[in-house]
Design a protein around this ligand. Structure first.
Ligand code: NDP
Length: 342
């Protein structure tokens, strides 16, 4: 049986932020859905992701790896939903698919841009988090950009967030000897040790760089950088000779560009013969199957854990996004748009 839906509610970009984004930059509209063409699916979204990269996409500055949002047009981003109608014989009504049209209740999706996920293998939330793009970012970043080596001392910033909480746990599974994380506030720093198996948690608002020197008196081998700014400077100071940096993202620069430290700190890279490598997760799709097999196995045997912060309702999606930017989340920040069965 197919379900007929002709209109959907979606979040659009009302205006670009002058400085910090706020609720006034978003609007909720109702729009007609197009007729389904061959190879297309009508999907009822269940969960959608809010990501730091969306902050950059609200601006006009050109990004090399994605497109910017357009004023008056709907936002987009990762989502998972249930197929209500299918014009692709390979994808059945009732299947769960991950796709790129979040920020709306229903979406017409080209099946070539949708991946079927199996909720019997892991909960839907995990397919957008630890088994989705943020978990995959952690995995590819550690292996490819960071060249994680058995016995490494690893430091990761934004460690209580989606990518960071996966980095800390995966690093341990992949042979790191000591795993140190930083997060905003004492509570999050303790959670890293108590719930996520880190050896040390640093409250970066009060305890950086001193806390890093104390947690790693002999230095670190690998820094997984989610933050940039003062974190990167602290890590450059703590890295051992021939250490490595995986440059994943610079959320501190997104939020407060004027506070960026001078580039002169990079002289540490020369003096210590460091390797600093940036990466974009989508260049590493060849690792996807290996990643899903290993991480779903670790989740099943209980050796890692998945954390999410879920906000209810499309109307609250802008708040969920703004809250994530200021650290309101632990683990993957998601918005639940409809119930698990769609
Ligand atoms: P998170 O779940 O980590 O959420 C963002 C976190 O950033 C917040 O929870 C907050 O935690 C922290 N934060 C905010 N402002 C600051 C600041 N000024 N200094 C330090 N920490 C801050 O997001 P994701 O896991 O989705 O993303 C983490 C990073 O990974 C981002 O930089 C993102 O752009 C990047 N990324 C890169 C990809 C790639 O292919 N290279 C792909 C996906 C993500 P706290 O409370 O600790 O401050």
């Amino acid at each position: 049986m197919t379900t007929t839906v002709t209109v959907t509610r979606m979040v659009t970009l009302a205006s670009r932020p002058a400085k910090e984004p706020g609720p006034e930059n978003f609007a909720l509209t109702t729009t007609e859905l197009p007729e389904l063409g061959d190879g297309q699916l009508l999907v009822q979204n269940i969960f959608m992701s809010v990501d730091p990269a969306m902050r950059g996409r609200m601006e006009t500055t050109e990004k090399q790896y994605t497109t910017n949002f357009v004023v008056g047009a709907p936002l987009d981003g990762s989502a998972i939903g249930v197929v209500l109608q299918s014009k692709d014989p390979a994808i059945e009504v009732g299947a769960h698919v991950r796709h790129r049209f979040g920020w709306r209740e229903h979406a017409v999706v080209d099946s070539v841009g949708a991946a079927v996920v199996d909720p019997s293998r892991a909960p839907l939330q995990d397919w957008l988090g630890i088994l989705g793009q943020t978990g995959f970012t952690a995995y590819a970043g550690l292996i490819r950009a960071g060249e994680l080596t058995a016995g490494d001392t690893v430091f990761v910033s934004a460690a209580a967030g989606a990518v960071g909480s996966a980095v800390g746990q995966f690093a341990r599974k992949l042979g790191a000897d000591r795993v140190i994380g930083s997060a905003g506030g004492k509570e999050k720093a303790s959670l890293l040790v108590d719930d996520l198996g880190f050896d040390a948690g640093i409250d970066y608002r009060n305890d950086l760089p001193k806390g890093l020197a104390e947690a790693a008196p002999d230095g670190i081998d690998l820094y997984f950088d989610n933050v940039g700014g003062g974190h990167l400077v602290a890590a450059l100071g703590a890295l051992r000779e021939r250490g490595r940096v995986a440059l994943c993202g610079m959320i501190s620069d997104l939020c407060d560009r004027d506070a960026s430290p001078p580039i002169g700190h990079l002289i540490q890279a020369t003096l210590k013969r460091l390797t600093i490598r940036g990466f974009i997760v989508r260049d590493h799709e060849d690792l996807r199957t290996e990643f899903e097999d290993r991480v779903s196995g670790w989740l099943r045997d209980g050796s890692i854990t998945s954390r999410t912060t879920v906000t209810s309702g499309l109307d609250n999606a802008p708040d969920a996004f703004l809250s994530m930017l200021s650290g309101g989340n632990v683990g993957k920040a998601l918005v639940q748009i409809s119930d698990e069965n769609g």
